[in-house]
Design a protein. Structure first.
Length: 201
């Protein structure tokens, strides 16, 4: 309760609408999800695919089949699953409610590394599927937000969008041989994408 009060006080000083999330979501998700992403110091030179949802993915997705370890983000999860390729890890950090529509169906054996600022409907869908969820926190520049994070949790940098953050998280898993696909958004995507608000969110 005290943490939630701190969140409401912080919301007075931070333009949360501009950030695209509500401070209560960070607190609630941190209390709701018990699993946490913990980086490793062990290095691994296994070739790994990091897959974003840019338009070039339409031309390169078949190359991803040869990788044993695959990190997806945004709509790349559904894009690959629809083509018979199941990733090993999926990352999301976008707080908007419509992102759950781009996830597709959660898959057994996949680790879902979801940022604490993501919409509650994203966690609803993963929990309903009994998926493995590991929580992490986005590094915001506003000092007040640090009060909302549980002590000892990892706060991760990596740019303003989920693609670069996925590269960072793959590296924090210890992988050093990263092969990047679809990181060329430029206003387009590999498949269906909407920025319209979810009326049910």
């Amino acid at each position: 309760m005290e943490t939630l009060k701190a969140a409401m006080v912080a919301s007075v000083r931070i333009n949360w609408e501009a950030l695209g999330c509500d401070p209560k979501i960070i607190v609630e998700n941190s209390e709701r999800i018990r699993g946490r992403f913990i980086p490793t110091i062990d290095m691994n030179d296994e070739p790994v695919a990091v897959v974003a949802y840019g338009p070039s993915l339409r031309d390169t997705w078949r190359e991803i089949e040869k990788f044993q370890t695959i990190f997806t983000c945004s709509g790349a999860h559904k894009f690959l699953v629809d083509r018979g390729i199941v990733p090993t890890h999926h990352i999301e950090s976008d707080p908007r409610g419509h992102k759950v529509q781009m996830l597709g169906e959660p898959q057994p054996g996949v680790s879902y590394l979801i940022a604490s600022n993501c919409h509650s409907n994203y966690f609803d869908k993963l929990e309903k599927a009994e998926a493995k969820i590991l929580l992490w926190h986005v590094l915001f520049t506003e000092d007040e937000i640090f009060k909302l994070y549980p002590k000892g949790d990892w706060i991760i940098t990596g740019g303003q969008t989920v693609g670069p953050r996925t590269i960072r998280i793959a590296r924090l898993h210890g992988y050093t041989n990263l092969h990047v696909f679809g990181l060329d958004g430029s206003g387009q995507h590999a498949g269906i994408h909407t920025n319209k608000p979810d009326p049910a969110a």
